[in-house]
Design a protein around this ligand. Structure first.
Ligand SMILES: [Zn+2]
Length: 509
């Protein structure tokens, strides 16, 4: 653990106007112009004090403590750094404290030790930083312990994909890719029963942690299964790569989307991939063979402006209303289709939600422009060209000056076959059958990194071996029972030998 560094990290300290003149001294020894100059100087110091940059904008969340509130968040920018922060409880010192840590610790240690709280009580603002790259360092260490190859690929500044490799005995064969993402979504700690970054296990065996389901459990299950198999002395024909990627939770644009375009990805020669799935509260395990495609659409309507008291014709609002009605009617139709067919799962129909309405400046001013934003999730069997034409025609039908633009438009829906024509599925499902695991193949309603993997021609299944588990990803109190977690290790310990021993495909011989 590295000691505290005191100093001017966010806001320059010491700018308090400590001028060594008492008022009487000023009156007796200074001319009027000197007093004016001094006044100007004081004003300048005051303005500097007020105008100096403050702390970086906080993308943070609060949690309560009877005495001290510890904030946590990520610094903005390309290479965000996780931090915990306390503000001075008592009259503030101008000195601020930055706490770093040694390799075996993290910013949480400073909270657990009470150092952050103590500094706050003593009137200091203190920031404890998590030094970047902790996840990558963790995987490097695992690679060393397990005797695996380790490769780091920086796909964007500060965004590193870590690849751990267990070479197969037949390098002519394509490899198995076990993918997991290292990032998580934020927490609202006040809604958690236990610290979400402590991996607390309660007396019943539930492990509470952000990422317990999504999907740090799977990363560790991969590693543990590989460890067991290696300890038992196994070797398999196909190489097994474990990829640990950043950025998935915000779209993978600085992660898997870039990685699949890199020569390092092609050099992995992936033949088949496993990636994340979702928990299933029943006895069954969900496995995803495709995904809906996110289409984020913004419809902008322009019309005649004017006074809010008049019956103005051709307003932006009227036309936008028509488009909104057409799209919400479509939504209702898809919802009914889903409700009326018990065999249909959510991922098989197209969903849409109106997520943003913008426009207008005042009650009595009719705006010239208004817009509505929609989050469509298009089912993989939809004719994408026809669907886009349908959207355009709803806009045209609303009147002149209604246009649409895409903030996101995924156009490569891919389906990984779930029958024995697919040798990977055959191997996967045979193991599940042997282990008496019942599978529920589905289309993922949301988007994951699998879409990038499938889009470059690698068949992929989304599978997190979490049955009898409530779906709590991204939720408060995300948790997983240790028995389910350990069973998952057993499952991968059976799956990996089968997948890494799939005989040469016609394309490989
Ligand atoms: Zn995830």
């Amino acid at each position: 653990m590295v000691g505290a560094l005191c100093g001017c990290w966010f806001r320059l300290g010491g700018a308090r106007p400590l001028i060594p003149f008492g008022p009487t001294v000023v009156q007796t020894s200074m001319s009027r112009s000197q007093v004016a100059l001094l006044g100007l100087g004081l004003l300048l110091i005051f303005l500097l004090y007020v105008g100096l940059p403050g702390p970086p904008e906080q993308n943070s969340w609060f949690w309560g403590d009877p005495n001290v509130t510890v904030l946590a968040g990520l610094t903005p920018g390309n290479s965000p750094i996780f931090y915990r922060e306390v503000l001075p409880l008592n009259p503030a010192h101008r000195v601020e404290v930055v706490l770093l840590h040694g390799k075996a610790f993290n910013s949480h240690t400073w909270e657990q030790l009470g150092t952050l709280q103590l500094l706050s009580q003593r009137g200091y603002r203190a920031v404890a930083l998590d030094l970047p790259g902790a996840a990558v360092a963790f995987f490097e260490e695992r690679a060393r312990q397990l005797g695996l190859g380790c490769q780091k690929v920086e796909v964007a500044p500060g965004y590193v994909v870590t690849v751990l490799t267990w070479p197969g005995t037949n390098p002519a064969l394509s490899s198995i890719l076990l993918n997991s993402h290292t990032d998580v979504v934020p927490v609202f700690k006040e809604h958690w029963s236990h610290d979400p970054f402590e991996a607390f296990k309660d007396s019943e065996g539930y492990i509470y942690a952000r990422g317990a389901q999504d999907m740090k459990c799977v990363s560790i299950q991969y590693l543990e299964a590989v460890r067991r198999l290696k300890v038992e002395g196994h070797r398999f024909p196909r190489t097994i790569h474990m990829t640990f990627v950043p950025d998935e939770e915000v779209g993978g644009h600085q992660g898997m989307e870039l990685f699949v375009q890199r020569p390092e990805f092609h050099a992995l020669r992936a033949g088949f991939a496993l990636d994340e799935g979702i928990a299933n509260p029943t006895d069954a395990f969900t496995v995803f063979y495709s995904e809906r495609s996110p289409w984020w659409v913004r419809v902008t309507s322009t019309g005649r402006p004017g006074h809010g008291s008049l019956f103005i014709e051709d307003t932006a609002a009227e036309k936008l209303h028509k488009v909104v009605s057409s799209i919400l009617a479509f939504r209702e139709k898809e919802w009914q289709r889903l409700q009326s067919n018990p065999h249909l799962k959510e991922g098989a129909v197209t969903s849409v939600n109106l997520t943003k309405l913008e426009g207008g400046v005042a009650y009595n001013v009719v705006p010239a422009t208004m817009s509505a934003s929609f989050d469509f999730r298009v089912a993989p069997d939809v004719d994408f060209k026809a669907f886009e034409e349908q959207l355009q025609s709803w806009c045209q039908a609303a009147g002149e000056g209604v246009t649409l633009e895409f903030a996101q438009k995924w156009m490569h829906p891919q389906v990984t076959p779930t029958d024995d024509s697919n040798p990977w599925w055959a191997a996967f499902s045979r193991v599940c059958k042997d282990m008496n695991l019942s599978l529920e193949p589905e289309i993922m309603p949301a988007a994951t990194d699998s879409r990038y993997i499938r889009a470059v021609g690698v068949p992929a299944l989304g599978f997190s071996p979490l049955n009898r588990t409530p779906v709590l990803l991204h939720d408060h109190d995300e948790r997983l029972h240790e028995a389910v977690f350990l069973r998952g290790v057993d499952i991968y310990t059976r799956l990996l030998p089968a997948l890494a021993s799939v005989p040469a495909l016609p394309s490989e011989s």
